[in-house]
Design a binder for this molecule. Structure first.
Ligand code: AOF
Ligand code: ZN
Length: 346
């Protein structure tokens, strides 16, 4: 078996932490000795043990000796003290002879120091095995740890002619059941879910993530005029809610921040430790388009002819001025189409 094979096992393990480790990265680790996997682990929850330590403990609990083994880990082992002690010290202490790493940790506190320390201790280190997959897996972490800004995704359900509602604001249901399931998966990937006040008034959504292993989302409401201040909406029922507004009104069950500039809103969310936000529907999404890292577009096989476009704020005059996207994936979903795209400049 080659390095790629064992690293793919580690990546599979890492993925199990999705939705539970933010704003930390998803990390998986596999220990191999004499061609055989003797230990496996992953970073299970924020603040919890790191993947390497879980794999070491797994191997030891089965009576294996680690001396001379190879460690496959999807992110460079950490060299700093955070909520957990530095993994490199533990790796050196356990007597590994080789460490294979998918990608360097972009955390400025680590950023190559983990690799240096392992090499200085005489351990053979190989970096870059399945690096592309590892970077994709942790795209949220990479952006947040290097910029302090959350990864911004916009999710929309549209008719094939690009409307999110009819002119009379009717919108239920443009897409089908599988699309709604996929939205749950998207919520799992993000720490916060954001909507506009008009969606709260109209749909009264809960914004919960109802799939296994999904932690509670921070709910962010853009409510410039304070329209949701004294309503009894389901979104306020549980968990953390942040309202961004211009109004002087008060909310009983939300943290209120008097700011409505999209760039500032994202900075504030980043300062609060929120690494990712899924902006769901509504016309309020448009002002975040210049900051978007990803668009998730669900097209139903319907035409409205006239209606509400989510991108009205662009107001493009000529084809050359279009906001350009790159398609990352296109899928059939139910009787519709699912498009994953990103703005060209990103
Ligand atoms: C690893 N293995 O499983 C994880 C790592 O506060 P702490 O101690 O949990 O440290 C968090 C940082 O450690 C995180 O930003 C990233 O740089 C690294 N995460 N490192 O070797 C892991 N989760
Ligand atoms: Zn660590």
């Amino acid at each position: 078996m080659d390095d790629g094979y064992f690293m793919s096992l580690a990546l599979e393990l890492a993925r199990k932490g999705e939705g539970a480790v933010n704003p930390n990265p998803m990390v998986g680790a596999v220990i191999v000795k004499d061609g055989e996997v003797i230990g496996k682990g992953y970073h299970e929850r924020f603040g919890g043990k790191h993947a390497e330590v879980n794999a070491i403990e797994d191997a030891k609990s089965k009576g294996h000796s680690i001396e001379g083994a190879t460690l496959y880990v999807t992110l460079e082992p950490c060299s700093h003290w955070g909520k957990q002690p530095p993994c490199v010290d533990r790796i050196i202490q356990e007597g590994f002879s080789r460490v294979v790493v998918a990608m360097k940790d972009p955390n400025p506190l680590v950023n190559g120091r983990g690799i240096e320390k392992l090499e200085a201790a005489g351990i053979e280190v190989k970096v870059g095995v399945l690096e592309g997959e590892a970077r994709k897996l942790n795209e949220v972490f990479v952006k947040y740890i290097t910029t302090g800004l959350p990864f911004v995704s916009i999710k929309l359900a549209l008719t094939l002619d690009g409307f999110i509602a009819t002119s009379g604001f009717s919108s239920k249901w443009i897409t089908g059941e599988k699309a709604r399931r996929k939205v749950q998966e998207l919520r799992r990937k993000h720490m916060a879910v954001m909507i506009g006040a008009s969606t709260v008034l109209k749909d009264d959504p809960r914004l919960t993530c109802r799939i296994k292993g999904c932690t509670e989302k921070v709910k962010v409401i853009l409510d410039r005029h304070g329209l949701t201040a004294d309503g009894n909406f389901r979104v306020f029922n549980d968990g953390k809610v942040i309202v961004f507004t211009d109004s002087e009104r008060e909310w009983a069950k939300a943290e209120v921040i008097r700011e409505t500039d999209p760039g500032r809103i994202l900075e504030i969310l980043g300062e609060k430790g929120i690494d990712s936000v899924l902006i769901e529907g509504g016309r309020s999404a448009c002002q975040f388009l210049p900051f978007a890292d990803r668009l998730y577009l669900f097209y139903g096989p319907k035409l409205f002819g006239r209606g509400i476009s989510p991108f009205e704020c662009l107001d493009v005059e000529t084809v050359d001025d279009a906001f350009r996207l790159e398609f990352l994936g296109v899928e059939r979903l139910d009787d519709g189409i699912y498009v994953e795209a990103r703005p060209c400049s990103r």
